[in-house]
Design a protein around this ligand. Structure first.
Ligand SMILES: [Zn+2]
Length: 107
């Protein structure tokens, strides 16, 4: 692998931004939904089918979040990207060190 790695092309960069945006949108829905599921389970803990349904919903959300997190790779070295926080691209790839630029701020 050459060092320093070649900077990402516009296309590769945009793909990462789209992935980041998708993650943000997903968590914006999934986290409140998980929260609601916890609350409902707490208040209606005696209703077995509801409890089971909520558990399945929570498991599906967590599973989808994991798949989404693992679905993107560094365009340079193909290493799996590890997000520092849930919703933000790291500043650079932790394996090859290629820089990931921030998307242009929306006006
Ligand atoms: Zn990399």
């Amino acid at each position: 692998m050459q060092f320093p790695p070649e900077p990402l092309t516009q296309d590769e960069q945009e793909r990462l931004w789209r992935w980041e945006k998708r993650s943000v949108r997903f968590y914006a829905v999934a986290i409140p939904a998980l929260f609601a599921a916890c609350l409902l389970t707490f208040f209606f803990s005696e209703i077995a089918w509801l409890r089971r349904t909520l558990l399945v919903v929570a498991a599906v959300l967590v599973g989808a979040a994991t798949v989404l997190q693992l679905s993107e790779k560094c365009p340079r070295c193909r290493a799996k990207l590890r997000m520092k926080s849930l919703m933000r691209l790291p500043a650079r790839c932790s394996y090859c060190g290629v820089a990931f630029e921030r998307p242009p701020e929306p006006e």
